[in-house]
Design a binder for this molecule. Structure first.
Ligand code: SF4
Length: 328
């Protein structure tokens, strides 16, 4: 089987708090193919952003990979002293963050910030970097480029700033773009435009997309496949249509039930009872056991494996389904 663009294998990440270690990501196994659009969904605290920071090699100091590997085109990013990540960032994999307001340097014109990416990661002169920056600014739908090039971030709207962030990420033509909640800080109209832009970017450049969101509605708009995370585990991984039509994991079903829609107008919105267990309360057994309406005795004692279901490419981590094979 050919190497996937991204291959995350048995990834485990721990946080160290005081003298104790707490598991934050467990047995993460997933692949992203070239040009694929994959979403990761789950509530806050489930490990979505930590997964993207692990792929970028940008974990906070208190967190560390304790087991597993992350491969880009078959080459390990975790081996050595971080050379893999240094050579991958920018040119092969790039990331856009939730809040462009805090991600951009307020003291530097936006055009220069975009051109800096090219100067850092590509073998180009300042003049060429400026030209590339202008081209990519136009490609993400920014207008009045000459004037905008010299503007400071505070002069831009939220939507324009997020387009600048996307331009910064795309200027080096990465093979994989990670977008961590890229529309959370934007109103719904601008959100729709940014999601359109990400889809169009994938179609025209072939850049694969890993989209992180707490909103299954956003994932549905953009992605072909969705990974559902809960308390540091992948609990379901399947094509988007499959998950929307036939969710298998009780947590995914609950997330879908909680989605607002016009059909539910006037009704009380469903909320999932309970909360995601904090790091220090995670133990043996199924991570969802405390909130699951279908839990039984085995769920408290044995952590289920991520296994394929009768539907083939549909993986689920739940004792309700017979284990067919362990992914990896
Ligand atoms: Fe619910 Fe048990 Fe399945 Fe966990 S393993 S989701 S507790 S039925």
């Amino acid at each position: 089987m050919a190497d996937a663009l991204l291959n995350v294998q048995e990834l485990n990440v721990n946080f160290t708090i005081g003298k104790k270690q707490y598991p934050a990501l467990r047995e993460m196994n997933f692949r992203i193919g070239e040009k694929e659009r994959v979403g990761i969904v789950g509530e806050s605290g489930c490990g979505k952003s930590l997964t993207s920071l692990s792929v970028m090699g940008l974990l906070p100091e208190s967190a560390a990979i304790t087991r597993g590997d992350i491969k880009l085109f078959g080459n390990s990013l975790t081996a050595g002293q971080g050379e893999g990540w240094r050579s991958a960032r920018g040119g092969k994999v790039a990331m856009i963050f939730q809040d462009p307001m805090t991600a951009l340097n307020p003291l530097m014109p936006v055009g220069k910030q975009i051109a800096e990416m090219a100067l850092t990661h590509l073998d180009v002169s300042k003049k060429e970097a400026r030209q590339l920056a202008m081209e990519v600014m136009a490609s993400v739908g920014l207008s009045r480029i000459e004037q905008l090039y010299t503007e400071y971030p505070h002069r831009l709207s939220g939507g324009m700033m997020q387009r600048v962030m996307i331009a910064m990420a795309l200027i080096c033509k990465p093979k994989l773009l990670i977008a961590d909640e890229p529309t959370t800080a934007l109103d719904v109209t601008i959100q729709a435009q940014i999601l359109d832009l990400l889809r169009e970017m994938n179609r025209s450049t072939g850049t694969a997309l890993l989209l992180i969101s707490h909103d299954l509605g956003v994932i549905r708009e953009v992605c072909e496949r969705v990974i559902v995370m809960y308390a540091g585990y992948i609990v379901e991984d399947a094509p988007v249509e499959d998950i929307l039509e036939h969710p298998k994991h009780p947590y995914t079903s609950a997330l879908l039930q909680a989605l607002p829609s016009v059909e539910k107008r006037g009704q009380l919105l469903y909320t999932i009872p309970g909360r995601v267990p904090p790091l220090e309360e995670r133990g043996e057994g199924c991570p969802f056991v405390g909130r699951c309406p279908s839990a039984s005795g085995i769920c408290e004692k044995v952590t289920p494996s991520l296994s394929s279901t009768a539907a083939g490419r549909h993986l689920v981590r739940c004792h309700l389904y017979p284990e067919r094979r362990v992914s990896g």
